[in-house]
Design a protein around this ligand. Structure first.
Ligand SMILES: *Cc1c(COP(=O)(O)O)cnc(C)c1O
Length: 465
């Protein structure tokens, strides 16, 4: 005999009704914040004055380190665990601090796009990539091998996830688009077996550009979603959901949490994504689907402490991305004019093959003056090749004294690496050929130092070529 709810049907209903009130209050706060500017959203998210009072008045969102929530009674427990009311229950599934981070990111990604979005935060950027892709690769009962179409110029970890985990281990047909700017190639590789299109904009490490509106059109014609990794741009410089993308992925570890105190990731999706594959709830609210089902079972949860670190930096995202993009533009021009440099990859340079598409799609939120004066900003990551092959690139890297040598980017401190021997080492020579990562490429993330000091450090190092 099913005893569920016996003697407590009224109690359960009362909790469900209470949950509806809680959800409505958050909806009102979301609607109120949608009217605010980017910086205001970044600072407050949906942590309202009422929410602060409910947290002993703490003006900053508290880090709820407790793994679990205490419930008032068994009806409350049942309603919460049945996903019948807002609750957090257990930190692997949800947690107040993670909630505030996710809500803020969702509002920022939807900013000015006319779309509504929700988000789920993850333990790392790679967990976010995995959680954004895996739900589309489920068995459809036809026995046909699923395919995905992926921009080959991508982060090394993402390349390995697709090639090793999905293609080699699980038999997914991974089709690489070697030149992501070539829209016709995306169309050529997409067919009836395709579950999704995936690309980075701009890409790590070669700052390749993706024409999101064009590729989203191809995806939607095929009835599948476009997933965009926008880690390098951040929502301060580009809002892919407004350009037609269905799902946005972030390594929150990078520019969003630029102080470098936490690893974190996020999946942000607009409501009503295009996907002929998968259940209705996946289409209606993909991020909620991921949070309540695959995340619950796979378990790549974010630590609440790391969520607080990320939130702390997120508040100042727009101003930082503006200032650091301007520094990076200056450094890119300096490198382009340097005789030891072969080529600079930076979409802000008019000479860059992706410049025109980037200039159409990368806009600083609220403009240069914060009042909507349109301004292109191209981020603080770039890459350049030096004359003399890898030995010369190593001499340059070894000659840096201010810029740090590390496999990291998006930091307050300037950082450089040689991708072929670091981030893109494990994919091997053949993989690097597909992804176009030459041995003499140096990736440079420009930080918050004065750009003249970064240039002086680069000049000294380049003198060793
Ligand atoms: C770093 C990075 C990732 C992976 O993020 P982690 O937080 O390191 O797991 C994914 N995509 C891009 C573009 C990245 O730069």
């Amino acid at each position: 005999m099913d005893m569920t709810g016996v003697g407590s049907a009224e109690g359960l209903a009362a909790w469900v009704a209470r949950g509806e009130e809680m959800a409505a209050a958050e909806d009102r706060e979301r609607a109120r914040m949608r009217e605010m500017r980017f910086d205001t959203i970044a600072v407050h998210g949906i942590y309202s004055a009422e929410a602060a009072l409910a947290n002993q008045g703490s003006i900053i969102e508290p880090a709820y380190l407790s793994p679990a929530q205490h419930f008032a009674d068994s009806d409350h427990l049942e309603a919460a665990l049945g996903y019948l009311m807002p609750a957090w229950g257990y930190t692997r599934i949800a947690n107040p601090t993670l909630h505030y981070l996710g809500e803020t990111l969702a509002l920022l990604e939807a900013y000015g796009t006319g779309t509504t979005a929700s988000a789920v935060v993850t333990g790392s950027g790679m967990a976010a990539v995995d959680m954004a892709v895996t739900p589309f690769l489920t068995d459809d009962g036809t026995g046909r091998r699923p395919s995905v179409v992926v921009g080959a110029r991508c982060y090394g970890g993402t390349f390995q996830l697709f090639r090793e985990r999905f293609a080699r281990e699980r038999g997914v047909d991974v089709r690489w688009v070697r030149e992501p700017l070539d829209t016709a190639e995306w169309a050529r590789l997409t067919d009836g077996t395709t579950r999704l299109l995936y690309g980075e904009m701009p890409s790590n490490p070669t700052l390749s550009v993706l024409d999101i509106p064009a590729v989203a059109g191809i995806a939607h014609d095929a009835g599948v979603p476009l997933v965009v990794d926008a880690t390098v741009a951040t929502p301060a410089l580009m809002r892919p959901l407004g350009l037609g993308a269905d799902v946005v992925v972030h390594s929150v570890s990078k520019s969003i949490a630029a102080s470098g105190l936490a690893i974190a990731g996020a999946v942000v999706a607009r409501h009503g994504i295009v996907s002929r594959h998968g259940p209705d709830d996946l289409r209606e609210d993909f991020a909620a689907h991921v949070k309540l089902l695959p995340m619950r079972d796979h378990g790549p949860a974010l630590s609440p402490f790391n969520a607080l670190m990320a939130l702390t930096d997120l508040r100042t995202l727009r101003g930082r991305m503006d200032a650091w993009s301007r520094s990076a533009m200056r450094v890119a021009r300096f490198l382009e004019a340097h005789p030891a440099v072969e080529r600079v990859h930076y979409p802000g340079l008019p000479s860059d093959p992706g410049h025109q598409v980037a200039a159409r799609t990368m806009w600083l939120a609220d403009g240069a003056d914060g009042e909507g004066e349109p301004a292109n900003r191209f981020g603080h990551l770039m890459a350049f090749t030096v004359r003399g092959g890898q030995p010369a690139a190593r001499r340059v890297l070894d000659g840096l004294r201010l810029v740090r040598r590390a496999t990291d980017l998006g930091r307050v401190k300037s950082i450089a690496t040689i991708p072929s021997i670091s981030t893109h080492q494990q994919q091997g020579e053949e993989g690097r050929a597909i992804a176009d990562v030459p041995p003499n490429l140096i990736r440079l993330s420009v930080g918050a130092e004065h750009p003249a000091d970064v240039e002086a450090d680069l000049a000294e190092a380049l003198a060793r070529v």
